[in-house]
Design a binder for this molecule. Structure first.
Ligand code: PMP
Ligand code: GLN
Length: 380
């Protein structure tokens, strides 16, 4: 079989989690919480099953969940999406991203992707027959930043889509108003669409504000905005998320969605709809994760790792040049097998495998898990 994706192997997350399990390492690699979700949420999903919500949901998703999302987005970001025509429930954010790309990218269309980039974007553009145009973030002691001039320079008559991710995996960078203004200036007067991956929307720290594209009418009018219940409610294994977009874009999204998955898990949708009546879980999320971030940073402060800024997401990137000159993938494997703490090499988020001597740790862990990992990392 001639590969449709000759440039990719098995994802770095699968690789590092397998290695972590083999070596009995604390897994700070793949991003997922090691603590339980709210038992009330499990009860609401179970109740939905007992109530008989066990057959196909409507193709776009359970209406009550779409309405709950529309109400939440309106309250948080001031944008009124039509729950019927402008919101679709997906099998995780991953499927929303894939379907959005497949529905709008034609063969030969160019898609601007900012690296380091979440690993699904570039291969999905290739599956669509599109041409990924990769623009690298700048990297300095002050951390990673999006070079808007380079993005403007990368735009051509063939540019169909720009993918943005804020808060950003793996760097933790959070876009500010000035970034959004720069993006708006680039696309103004063009027919370029935007795919906004906002799965970490509730993990923004130090009192900063998440600049959802939903806050910016000019951009929301041309954007697919994607989020994930897995991140917000500590249930990554449920694989459920959603996309919001203006009706004409959503018509095309659903044409592809209906043949991708048709619909997603029904009882989970009902359970989430009931649970969303209580905003406390996501309102409390920034403080909850900021405490973990601060604990993790404090634990590494005296170590030979250099902490990079961590403004959002549940990831902390560190430089390790005082410890090793191994390439990032080898260093992450060494950390896993010898130090018994798994990490993700940031080079895996670049098609060209760019090296900066940086690995990513996930701090979405119980305090005892973080303490065990910190004890091991501080000894290096
Ligand atoms: N986008 C980003 C930036 C992510 O970090 C993740 C989860 N790792 C996803 C999308 C996928 O989310 P989900 O698990 O809901 O498919
Ligand atoms: N989003 C998670 C991460 O960045 C992992 C998702 C996955 O395993 N595909 O670690």
């Amino acid at each position: 079989l001639t590969s449709r994706l000759p440039a990719v192997g098995t994802t770095v997350f699968t690789h590092m989690s397998t290695l972590a399990a083999r070596h009995g390492a604390v897994n700070l690699g793949q991003g997922f919480p090691d603590f339980a979700c709210d038992p009330a949420l499990v009860e609401m999903v179970s109740a939905a099953m007992r109530a008989g919500h066990n057959q196909y949901s409507p193709m776009a998703g359970v209406p009550a969940l779409r309405q709950a999302i529309a109400a939440k987005v309106a309250a948080q970001y001031g944008h009124a999406y039509d729950a019927d025509a402008e919101i679709t429930i997906t099998a995780g954010a991953t499927q929303a991203l894939t379907t959005a790309i497949l529905c709008c990218v034609h063969p030969g269309d160019e898609v601007i992707i900012i690296e380091p980039a979440y690993d699904s974007y570039t291969p999905t553009v290739e599956l669509a027959g599109g041409v990924p145009v990769l623009v690298q973030m700048t990297f300095s002691e002050a951390g990673y930043a999006v070079p808007w001039d380079a993005i403007r320079a990368a735009v051509t008559a063939k540019t169909r889509l720009i993918v943005i991710n804020t808060p950003h995996n793996p760097t933790g960078t959070v876009l500010r108003q000035a970034d959004i203004d720069a993006l708006a200036a680039i696309v103004r007067g063009t027919d370029i669409l935007i795919l906004a991956d906002e799965v970490y929307e509730h993990m923004v720290y130090d009192g900063q504000r998440h600049e959802s594209l939903c806050r910016h009418p000019e951009l929301a009018a041309r954007a697919f905005v994607v989020s994930s219940f897995g991140k917000t409610y500590h249930v990554t294994g449920w694989k459920i998320g959603y996309v919001a977009a203006p009706a004409p874009l959503m018509v095309e999204f659903r044409k592809v969605h209906q043949y991708n998955v048709f619909a997603t898990n029904t009882p989970v949708q009902h359970g989430l709809a009931a649970y969303m009546a209580h905003p406390a879980p996501y309102v409390e999320l920034p403080a909850f994760y900021q405490a973990k971030r601060d604990l993790f940073r404090a634990g590494l402060a005296g170590s030979r790792f250099e902490l990079l800024p961590a403004d959002g997401t549940y990831f902390q990137c560190v430089r390790y040049r005082a410890i090793s000159d191994l390439p990032e993938a080898s260093f992450a494997e060494w950390l896993t097998s010898e130090i018994k703490v798994a990490a993700i090499p940031v080079s895996a988020f670049y098609r060209g495998g760019q090296e900066a001597g940086v690995v990513r740790f996930c701090f979405a862990k119980r305090e005892d898990t973080l303490a065990l990992a910190l004890d091991r990392l501080a000894r290096i």
